[in-house]
Design a protein. Structure first.
Length: 57
């Protein structure tokens, strides 16, 4: 005889696993630390300043 499975528990576990996988994928695609975001902003600002510095009038 097979064991009885609570379908509600199985559904919730399946949904939780799917949500966790989606969260991990999003973290890999979009997740950056605050320091990385600030460094990127500083690089962009410096590039804009350098470009303006080479501009002729």
């Amino acid at each position: 005889m097979k064991t009885v499975i609570n379908l509600n528990k199985a559904r919730k576990t399946r949904d939780r696993d799917a949500d966790k996988a989606r969260a991990d994928a999003n973290a890999a695609r979009f997740g950056r630390t605050k320091a990385e975001r600030q460094a990127e902003a500083a690089r962009a600002e410096k590039a804009a300043r350098d470009l303006d510095g080479h501009r002729r009038e």
